[in-house]
Ligand binder design. Structure first.
Ligand code: AVI
Length: 334
């Protein structure tokens, strides 16, 4: 599992399933860190980046001048909200995987309320903190019933069946780009398998473009991307008794053209040995050694449509910005 928000889920019927600050139990974090630090080459799975501190830093990233993704997707959703709801076919329940603070979804919620007066919105996220800010953000929206779920996916999506009526399942923010292609296909396939004919999906994806535009979004001048990346070392210190000195690591963002992805690493500035007390291990780094943290794939429009078709979803409408930097794809369950 390499996507940012993956794993087992809880049901909308039961409301939030609070297990600490996220849906990942301590055991899962410890296992992933142990496995990643002992692997060769070292690699930590990106879902670990999103504890409450990491989610707050990611929110900061979305407001950076270099991080065009969120702004561009917002503009697309703002301009096309009514058309998207129309394409999905109201009356609808809205389900959002990896909802975060739900800022990006407000346009769609409001458009659904315009079309059908009331809407059930089920934001799903691994971070309880993110869902709390979603609730704050949407407080007072007339006609909205909110049913937040702390959950992971795609392992258990069975609860989706409990969402009433025709469902529009949203996976926005280019989260799909953090999955390996085969995992992205498996995720869409798993969601699609839980849908009924007539239900649909809406996926936001960052598109392939000049790396001179892409790379600064992952290596910003203010250093927020670096803090986001280094926070994972601090998380290991906080939760697992790690002895990482974040100053001895450097954030590295690289464009891999053949794979059409940004690769994010932490590079050890020196030769060092780092103990993680609660795991009973010591990770040894060479000077210049790279530890892989995350990939962010940049898709093409044909690639995005193929992903939908492979999951049994018929692409119906594609919404993009004038520069063709970002796409919001709608597709219906066959
Ligand atoms: C969550 N996801 C879409 C972000 C991205 O753009 O791939 C994650 C991210 N990592 C560093 N900066 C942003």
């Amino acid at each position: 599992m390499t996507g940012p928000h993956t794993g087992a889920g809880a049901g909308p019927e039961g409301g939030p399933s609070a297990t600490g600050d996220s849906a990942w139990g301590d055991g899962a974090v410890a296992r992933a860190v142990r496995e990643g630090l002992l692997a060769s080459p070292k690699r930590l799975p990106p879902w670990l980046l999103y504890d409450d501190a990491g989610s707050a830093l990611f929110d900061e990233i979305t407001r950076l001048p270099e991080y065009y993704l969120t702004r561009t997707e917002h503009a697309i959703l703002g301009e096309n909200a009514d058309a998207i709801i129309e394409a999905a076919g109201p009356p609808l329940s809205l389900v959002e995987l990896g909802a975060g603070s739900a800022t990006k979804t407000r346009f769609l919620i409001e458009a659904a309320i315009r079309a059908q007066e009331r809407v059930l919105y089920v934001p799903v996220d691994v971070s309880k903190g993110a869902l709390t800010s979603a609730e704050q953000h949407l407080a007072g929206v007339a006609g909205l019933t909110l049913c937040p779920v702390v959950a992971r996916y795609p392992d258990e999506l069975g609860w989706l069946a409990a969402a009433p009526g025709r469902r529009l399942v949203m996976f926005l923010g280019s989260n799909i780009g953090n999955y390996e292609p085969r995992e992205a296909a498996a995720l869409l396939g798993a969601v699609s398998a839980e849908l009924r004919p007539g239900d649909s999906m809406l996926v936001g994806a960052d598109l392939r473009k000049d790396p001179a535009i892409v790379l600064p979004a992952y290596d910003d001048a203010a250093g927020v991307s670096e803090r986001f990346n280094l926070n994972l070392l601090e998380r290991i210190n906080r939760e697992l008794g790690g002895q990482f000195d974040a100053r001895l690591f450097r954030h590295v963002a690289r464009w891999n053209d053949a794979a059409s992805r940004v690769e994010l690493y932490l590079e050890s500035r020196v030769r060092q040995a780092v103990a993680v007390r609660r795991l009973g291990i010591t990770a040894r780094f060479e000077a210049g050694e790279l530890m892989h943290m995350e990939n962010s794939y940049k898709l093409t429009l044909p690639g995005l449509e193929a992903l939908f078709r492979g999951a049994g979803l018929e692409p119906t409408r594609t919404f993009t910005d004038a520069r063709g930097w970002f796409a919001v794809q709608h597709g219906r369950r066959r």
